[in-house]
Design a protein around this ligand. Structure first.
Ligand code: PEP
Length: 259
């Protein structure tokens, strides 16, 4: 696996359905002075959609990126409750796609994820593409098959240039919000063996070496170093801990990553 290319570490915060716009703005005002100083790490905050306008104004010029948690693949039309890529792009540079909660609770299929990834890239957004196996899939020894299937679907039909811009988050579903994080070496094995190898086969080794792959699932300031020490993991997608000043400590830890 080609690892000689330097990948900028990235720490993305997924706030899920937490914080009103006012609460989001208060929290960002609190952590922004410290976050701004950690410029060696790509920092991305993904609040609920209702907070995007307020945070977009607060984060302008700060170096801290803003992301949506979801989008629709169609440009416009009768899709009540949805946001198009252009609507997201008004405020954001990033968008999370295919989070396991979208897949599991809202019926998102691999095909829908693929359409969203394509629409996001076409609009100039950076998709943070989530993949990962459920507990039962893990216990049945299907982790690699599931992650490879999700990767192959999500990256289908992209150009080499588009694929290289994407970020992937490996999030074992059993580790999300459970306090039971994966072990760093196990996550690294999946990233190398199923995520980067699909990218190498589908595109080329350069794409495989360029794409940032984040680990997600019960990341804390205490366990983040375990993931950052793994050669194929470039940062984290952080849920619960990103709602607190812990997020700053997790970002700070990524400054020490040397590969
Ligand atoms: C997530 O929402 O993507 C996530 C990883 O959540 P948590 O960090 O709370 O497990």
């Amino acid at each position: 696996m080609a690892t000689e290319m330097k990948r900028i570490p990235c720490m993305a915060a997924n706030w899920k359905m937490n914080k009103t716009s006012a609460e989001a703005a208060d929290f960002v005002r609190q952590i922004l002075p410290q976050l701004k100083e950690l410029a060696g790490v790509e920092r991305v905050i993904c609040p609920p959609a209702a907070a995007l306008p307020a945070l977009s104004a607060l984060l302008a010029g700060s170096g801290v990126g803003l992301g949506a948690q979801n989008m629709h693949w169609e440009a416009k039309g009768a899709f009540t409750g949805e946001l198009s890529a252009a609507m997201v792009k008004e405020f954001c540079a990033y968008v999370i796609i295919g989070h396991s909660e979208r897949r599991g609770l809202f019926g998102e299929t691999d095909e829908m994820v693929a359409k969203k990834v394509k629409a996001a890239l076409a609009a100039g957004l950076i998709p943070i593409v989530c993949v990962g196996e459920t507990l039962s899939e893990n216990e049945a020894g299907q982790t690699d098959a599931v992650v490879r299937r999700q990767m192959n679907a999500a990256f289908d039909g992209l150009t080499v240039e588009q694929a290289a811009k994407a970020i992937v988050a490996y999030e074992p579903v059993w580790a999300i919000g459970t306090g039971r994080a994966a072990h760093g070496p196990d996550a690294n094995r999946v990233v190398a063996g199923s995520i980067r190898s699909v990218l190498a086969a589908k595109f080329n080794p350069g794409v495989s070496a360029a794409v940032r792959v984040l680990y997600g699932g019960s990341v804390t300031p205490e366990n983040i170093a375990e993931f950052l020490s793994e050669p194929e993991i470039d940062g984290g997608l952080v849920g619960g801990a990103s709602l607190k000043p812990d997020y700053v400590e997790i970002v700070r830890a990524a400054l020490k990553r040397v590969h």
